[in-house]
Design a binder for this molecule. Structure first.
Ligand code: SAM
Length: 286
């Protein structure tokens, strides 16, 4: 197999296939040879395990996953990459490539059909234009996966992994914590990619909770409260919720008091349990 981390090899390969990078599809391919083995190891690619990869590029991470896991299924939107992947990954018989948009693919069916009886992990160097929608799509569907290990922009990593109650926390951090335990694994500089993006990156892992960390009467109401609470960063919880839920401020303040949360506090000061308490109190009026 050719060295898929070598920029000269990559440029020759791409030139032979007449391939040009698409910025719109977030095509920054990894060329730092130490990164993909680390993602594969820390992402749990191992015997007995199946891995779903999103966005294969020329297959540099895919090869490391195929070497370690029983089976790899890769979803790649760009059909121009298919003949390239056929060439670079020809030695692996435990790989299936699906040419689809991951946001439109029927992931539940794919996982059920392809990985019966296996533990499943998701690993990817995600296209940065669509990081949060992909993560939320994977989490909200409650797919039967053990973990999600992905490369994302450094700022996105900090937001996703922020502790509730900290200044960096946002709606995504709270949602991610409801479904999983997120962790920053390691940093990757922008020079590790071809072409290099403007920003640095981090590899993060979300270990999926077996049971939700808080009890909710209505999940939809919880996420509505979280979105509402963070809808206007500079405003108090009371103001945000009153305008987002279209309820009089006095009513919101009474609900907050009942939930034991100060009406003057701000969303980034609240714990997961406090969001749950507000949602459970609000339930009927949500
Ligand atoms: N895994 C390769 C690597 O590390 O070098 C490529 C990573 S590159 C950052 C992102 C890849 O995701 C590209 O191959 C791009 O074509 C693909 N992609 C972009 N949007 C996608 C989508 N909606 N569904 C599936 N793949 C997508």
């Amino acid at each position: 197999m050719e060295n898929l981390s070598n920029p000269t090899v990559i440029k020759n390969l791409l030139q032979r296939h007449g391939f040009t990078f698409s910025k719109a599809l977030g095509q920054n391919f990894l060329i730092n040879p130490s990164v993909c083995p680390r993602i594969a190891e820390l992402g749990g690619a191992r015997p007995g395990c199946g891995v779903l990869e999103i966005g294969l590029g020329i297959g540099v991470l895919t090869a490391e996953l195929c070497k370690r896991a029983d089976k790899v299924v890769g979803i790649e939107i760009d059909k121009r990459l298919l003949p390239i992947l056929e060439e670079t990954l020809s030695e692996f018989s435990n790989l299936k490539i699906i040419n689809e948009d991951v946001m439109k693919a029927d992931l539940k069916r794919i996982l059920f059909e392809e990985f019966q009886g296996m533990e499943i992990a998701v690993c990817a160097n995600l296209p940065y234009y669509i990081t949060s929608p992909i993560l939320m799509n994977l989490l909200e569907q409650r797919l039967p996966i053990r973990s999600i290990t992905v490369m994302v922009q450094k700022e996105a990593a900090q937001r996703i992994c922020a502790q509730p109650g900290s200044r960096e926390a946002g709606a995504v951090s709270i949602a991610v914590r409801y479904y999983s335990e997120p962790k920053i694994l390691f940093h990757v500089s922008h020079g590790s990619f071809l072409p290099p993006p403007d920003v640095d990156s981090c590899v993060i892992r979300l270990d999926i909770h077996k049971n939700p960390p808080v009890a909710l009467a209505d999940e939809k109401c919880f996420f509505k409260v979280v979105r509402g609470a963070f809808s206007q960063r500079r405003k108090t919880l009371s103001n945000c919720l009153s305008s987002y839920l279209n309820l009089p401020k006095a009513e919101i303040n009474a609900l907050l008091e009942q939930a034991g949360v100060s009406s003057g506090s701000r969303a980034e000061q609240l714990s997961l349990q406090q969001f749950a308490d507000i949602a459970n109190t609000l339930n009927q009026n949500c």
